[in-house]
Write a protein that binds this ligand. Structure first.
Ligand SMILES: [Zn+2]
Length: 184
């Protein structure tokens, strides 16, 4: 192993850290930690899904918010397509038309690919970059795990009945008259 100067080592570590925080890697690590096993970039599947879980018949796409137009509002007025920026996808001001067209194309392609996958019997999960920010990351990973387990149970004909916990149910009931009496 060659010796590295402190500066070189610093650079190397920074490079590794940068790589480790890539959204796709975060999802992979999160799934692995939760016991899910997967394959990467399935070249033969439409859209080359980032992560493929054969056991769950599920493809996961980890999407950058800008390139895939997360949450942008699209409206057609006569022949004009209007696109409203979202918090995580803001179209550049200069050359806006070009970017709008490009991002809409990407969105259309994503939709078409997921439709094809669905026809082939695959489930698709889209994970957005902004959902992987440190504050939301664990929640997002938990919800992916939940969805995968749910998919597996459904595909295997297990009836899933998610009941609201009893105390939650109580809260939803209109308060009984006596309760009001007592409170007063
Ligand atoms: Zn986003």
């Amino acid at each position: 192993m060659g010796k590295l100067s402190p500066e070189q080592r610093h650079k190397q570590m920074a490079a590794i850290r940068g790589k480790d925080t890539k959204p796709e890697l975060l999802v992979r690590r999160g799934l692995w930690k939760r016991g899910f096993r997967y394959r990467l970039n399935h070249k033969r599947l439409p859209g080359h899904p980032d992560i493929v879980l054969r056991k769950y018949r599920t493809c996961i796409f980890v999407n950058g918010c800008f390139w895939h137009g997360h949450n942008v509002a699209v409206a057609q007025v006569n022949s004009t397509v209007l696109v409203g920026d979202s918090e995580c996808c803001k179209m550049p001001k200069s050359n806006r038309e070009f970017w709008v067209a490009k991002i809409l194309r990407n969105k259309e392609r994503d939709k078409a690919e997921q439709r094809k996958l669905a026809e082939m019997g695959w489930h698709c999960i889209t994970v957005w970059e902004c959902e992987l920010k440190p504050a939301k990351r664990e929640e997002t990973l938990e919800s992916i795990a939940f969805t995968l387990n749910h998919i597996w149970l459904q595909d295997h004909g297990v009836k899933v009945n998610y009941r609201t916990p009893p105390d939650e149910e109580d809260k939803q009931l209109p308060m009984a008259a006596e309760d009001n009496e007592i409170k007063r």
